[in-house]
Each structure stands twice: as structure tokens, then as C-alpha cells.
Design a protein around this ligand. Sequence first.
Ligand code: DC
Length: 226
Amino acid sequence: MARPLIVAIDGPAGAGKSTVSKILARRLDFALVDTGAIYRAVALVALRRKIALDDDVGLQQVLDSLDVSFHMEGELNHVFVGAEDVSEAIRAPDVSLAASQVSARPVVRAGLLELQRRLARHAPHGAVLEGRDIGTVVFPDADLKVFLFADPTVRARRRFEELFEKGVDKSIDQVLSEQNTRDKNDSERDVAPLKPAADAVLLDSSVLPLSDVVQRIEALVREKQS
Ligand code: DC
């Protein structure tokens, strides 16, 4: 049997990574490792334990006891901390903000490296990992690296429509401004900033429909498998 392949999908929020990674993992029968969800789980536990988000000793304790797992069910990739399904809790606005803060702490990034690698390597056929630094830091030797990006206004509109469907009342300008702040934090931080790996395939989802993005990546993976 072919050895498990590692597919890294990096890029900013709102470029379509989650949708693309989910479809791809299902089509390829690969595990899906949503690394953003892992950072969110750390943030959730820290908030619940009232640990300050810059308290490296406290954060290390969260990491030492962290038990995160994923369970695919139909369209949904459920995220568990221990036995609790935290899929919804980790998407709350305060957790999103806290996730972006803890993800800038070197202690957190270092502490999650092995976990991300283990989750991917344990997959029998291969794994799709989505994040910001998969191709640059977590798996610099990934079999395939994709950097999926899109025009900021296109990403903000997608996010606005998602929120609108959920009944969240925010203007496009507000969504765009929050997105700009997050993009800036992600790409300007000292450790593992968001940037394409030198050998990444760059795909722009403002001009390419997500179905085409999936098709292109799947074709590249099949090439590697043959
Ligand atoms: O993709 P997301 O919005 O669920 O990610 C949550 C936060 O974690 C976001 O602030 C970016 C950060 N993150 C990261 O720094 N590195 C990753 N590999 C994945 C996410």
C-alpha cells in the first residue's frame, strides 16, 4: 500500500480552506486535521480556567493536559476536548479572539507541534491539514503544499454572508476591519507568521470557484499517489 501522504493547506481566514479541506479529505479518504480548531481548543480551556492569555506557565499546563480529537460525521468535523463536543463553543467570538492571542505565544506553538504531527501521521491513508504554518513549520516536507488565498473584500463578503445566515448582525465594513486586524496579527507575528512556503502551489479563490480548487488539489494528490 502507498505510504500516507501529507497535504498542507495554508492561507488566511475566509479563503475557503475549511470547505476545500473537508471535501478533499472525504474524497481521498484522508484524515482532516483542522489546526485552527486546536488553537481554539487551547483558548477555550484557558478561558474556562481563567488563565491569562499571556501566562506561559498557565498555558503550558493547558497544553500538558490537552486531549483534542476530531470525529467526522457527514458534513461536520466535530472537535472534542476529552469527551465534550466543543465544535460550537470554540467558534464563539471571545474564543476566536483568544485563539488569535494564544496562537502568537511561542510556548503554545511549540507545544502543539507534536500533537499536529501525531494526528496526521496516525491517519492510515494520509492527512489533509489546514492552518497557517503547515507547509512552513509543521510539515516542511509535506507531499503537497497549497496556499489558498483570496481578495480581502471577497473573503469579507463570504464571512458576512455566513454570519448573516446565522443571524449575526454585523456590517461588511465591520467584518472587513476585523479580518484586516486578524490578517495583520497572523502575518506579522514573530513565530510562524502566515506566508506561503517557497514550494507551495498558490491558488486564488477569488477567481477560481472552490469546486475547481478542490479538483486541482485532488489531481495533484492523485499524481503523487500514482
Ligand atoms: O483557522 P481559524 O480561524 O480556526 O484559526 C484560529 C486562530 O488560530 C487564528 O487566529 C489563526 C490561528 N492559527 C495559527 O496561528 N496557526 C495555525 N496553524 C492555525 C490557526
